[in-house]
Design a protein. Sequence first.
Length: 228
Amino acid sequence: MHRICIVEDEQSLRDMIGLNLELEGYRVQAFSDGQTAQKLFEQTFHFDLIILDVMLPHVSGFDLCRTIRQHSHVPVLFLSAKGTTADRIAGLKLGANDYLVKPFDLEELLLKVQILLNGSVQQDQLDTLQINNKTVNFSTFEVRDAQNNILHTFTKREVQLLELFHEKEGKVVSRQEILDRLWGAEQIPTARTIDNYILAFRKLFEPDPKNPQHFHSIRGVGYKFTRE
């Protein structure tokens, strides 16, 4: 079930949008002001679509979009009474996916939501990795189970290593390639650092960490990742 966040200060409009989205089968979480929403968006969050009013108390929708884009590629739909070409362009330049001018037709809103969600499903196929019944989201750094519960949140470097394994699935990845990809010209970590990452992956994803099916050590060379 898709999760949608609404940030709209006009209660009647917020309730109307939320009710109709729920009738369409979506899960909805709503906020009435930008400051409250921003506190959430500055942390790890999981939504499939965010609907933002532009003119909000305390923190504008444009500022919220900037915050969101620092953490996520989740689709953003702006709602605004300001409908000039300049306003639309400003919203899209900030990373919004679409812009709907108030007052709007409910059917048009629902159609835009459906289109944006369909697009996000295609993007999720690139932004996620499924291992057994667990899904890694490379944008949010989260690992979720089949019931969509958060099991773990990775660090940026752990996610980069998983992305590398995803790209090289079925191929041996040398320690040197991992060092070049994750650390570059930075201070080189100890040899044990990469081993610790692999052990952590095994504990989380392997049915039997002592007999790995996915994260294999290739003696003297590096590692190999397989999903089957």
